[in-house]
Write a protein of this length. Structure first.
Length: 115
């Protein structure tokens, strides 16, 4: 199994980006999926999680009301919609899919928020 993130880039403060996390060789809807981020010199931070069967979501306080995690099961993909971006959101964003002993990570996509 493999996860591939995409959608990162450079955006101005106040802008939006949508990150994608696409899975291959396994069915993503059967897994919990989380987005993490890691900024230079900082610890990895859990940003958002979506559960498997019921798609219940949860968010870090730092992104609540600005970010939305969602699934498209037909595309075997999970998204992270990021609005009202701030410079402090600059980081490498990684997705993770996990279920029982299976634990997959993507390689990450860079998000830079700067004017």
């Amino acid at each position: 199994g493999q996860l591939v993130e995409s959608g990162g880039g450079l955006v101005q403060p106040g802008g939006s980006l949508r990150l994608s996390c696409a899975a291959s060789a396994f069915t993503l809807s059967n897994y919990y999926v989380s987005w993490y981020r890691q900024a230079p010199g900082k610890e990895r931070e859990l940003v958002a999680t979506i559960s498997s069967t019921t798609s219940i979501s949860s968010y870090a306080d730092s992104v609540k009301d600005r970010f939305t995690i969602s699934r498209d099961n037909a595309k075997n993909t999970v998204y992270l919609q990021m609005n009202s971006l701030e410079p402090k959101d600059t980081a490498v964003y990684l997705c993770r899919a996990y279920r029982f002993r299976n634990d997959y990570w993507g390689q990450g996509t860079q998000v830079t928020v700067s004017s």
